[in-house]
Design a protein around this ligand. Structure first.
Ligand code: ADE
Length: 277
C-alpha cells in the first residue's frame, strides 16, 4: 500500500511515520510513504503558496495552482507505475484507469473511525491533502478531493497530524504490518469493544496483585474473564459503544444467562447434598 501526502511540511510527516511500527513497515516495503512538498510546485517567483481570501476575512488561504500541480504530478506517477505493472502482469489487468482517492483533512469532514481505516486499507494508493492557514481555495478542492475527513471535533493548526493519525491507523490494518496479524483484528474497536486490562511481571506491584484468573492456567476461564472485563470496561467508559455491541450480540447474553443458570443449579445440588449429610 502506498501513501502519498501533499503538504507544506514534509519533514513533519516523514519524521513522525518513519519511526516505530510504520517505520519498520516502510523499511520492509509492506507500505510506502512519500511526502510531497506543495511549495516545490508554486510558479510564484518568491515561492509563495498563499494569498488573502476574496471578500476579506481573517488569515491566508493556500492557492489552487501549487496544490493542483502537486496532485497532478503524484497522480500521473501512480498511473505510470500501474500501467508498467499491467504490462508486466500475465493477465494484463490493472486498476490503471481508477482515480486515486484524495483525502482532505478538515474539521468539517466525516469523523474518522476504525471501519473507515479498515476499508481504506484495501486501496493500493491513497493521497492525503494537508491544508494550512485558513484552508485551501475551494476550486481545487472541488476538482481533486474525493473524501473530506476529520479526526475529531477540535481545530488543529494543519492537516499533517490528522494525516499521520489516519496513516498509522490504516497502515496497521494492512496485512504484514503488525508482526502478529491477529492483533489488528482482536484489539479495541474491531467489534466495538475496548481492550481488556493486561498485566505483565511482577505478579505483585505496589501491593497490587495480578488478577487470579490470569494465573490460573485455565485457558477457557481466562478467555471468559477477558471478555467480561472487555465488556465491563466498555460499559463504563464508552456506554454508546457497549449499546451497539449489545444489540448485535444478543446471543452472548443468552449464553451467559444459560451458563449462570447451570452454575446456580450445580451449586444448589451441592448445597442439598451437604444438608442431607
Ligand atoms: N485540520 C484541522 N483540524 C482538523 C481536524 N480536527 N481533523 C482533520 N483535519 C483538521
Amino acid at each position: 500500500m502506498n501513501f502519498h501526502v501533499l503538504t507544506l511540511f514534509p519533514d513533519m510527516i516523514l519524521s513522525g511515520l518513519e519511526t516505530s511500527i510504520t517505520g519498520r513497515a516502510i523499511l520492509a516495503g509492506t507500505i510506502s510513504l512519500e511526502a510531497v512538498n506543495i511549495r516545490d510546485y508554486t510558479v510564484n517567483k518568491h515561492k509563495k503558496v498563499d494569498d488573502y481570501p476574496y471578500g476579506g476575512g481573517a488569515g491566508m488561504l493556500m492557492q489552487a495552482q501549487p496544490v493542483y500541480d502537486a496532485w497532478e504530478d503524484v497522480e500521473k506517477k501512480i498511473h505510470q507505475r500501474r500501467s508498467i505493472a499491467a504490462d508486466e502482469s500475465l493477465d494484463g489487468q490493472s486498476d490503471e484507469a481508477k482515480k486515486t482517492r484524495v483525502i482532505y483533512l478538515t474539521p468539517q469532514g466525516t469523523t474518522f473511525h476504525q471501519r473507515m481505516a479498515k476499508e481504506l486499507a484495501k486501496e493500493e494508493d491513497l493521497i492525503f491533502l494537508c491544508g494550512h492557514y485558513e484552508g485551501i481555495d475551494e476550486r481545487v478542492l472541488q476538482e481533486i478531493v474525493t473524501d473530506y475527513v476529520s479526526i475529531g471535533d477540535y481545530v488543529l493548526t494543519g492537516g499533517e497530524l490528522p494525516a499521520m493519525v489516519m496513516i498509522d491507523a490504516i497502515a496497521r490494518m494492512v496485512p504484514g504490518v503488525l508482526s502478529n496479524q491477529e492483533s489488528g483484528e482482536t484489539e479495541s474497536f474491531s467489534n466495538y469493544l475496548l481492550e481488556y486490562p493486561q498485566y505483565s511481571r511482577p505478579e505483585v506491584w505496589r501491593e497490587q496483585k495480578v488478577p487470579d484468573f490470569l494465573l490460573s492456567g485455565d485457558h477457557k476461564k481466562i478467555e471468559e474473564w477477558c471478555s467480561e472485563q472487555s465488556l465491563e470496561k466498555t460499559r463504563q467508559l464508552r456506554p454508546e459503544l457497549y449499546e451497539k455491541w449489545a444489540v448485535e450480540n444478543q446471543e452472548y447474553f443468552d449464553k451467559k444467562a444459560k451458563r449462570e443458570e447451570r452454575q446456580r443449579k450445580k451449586l444448589l445440588k451441592q448445597l442439598k447434598k451437604q444438608t442431607q449429610i
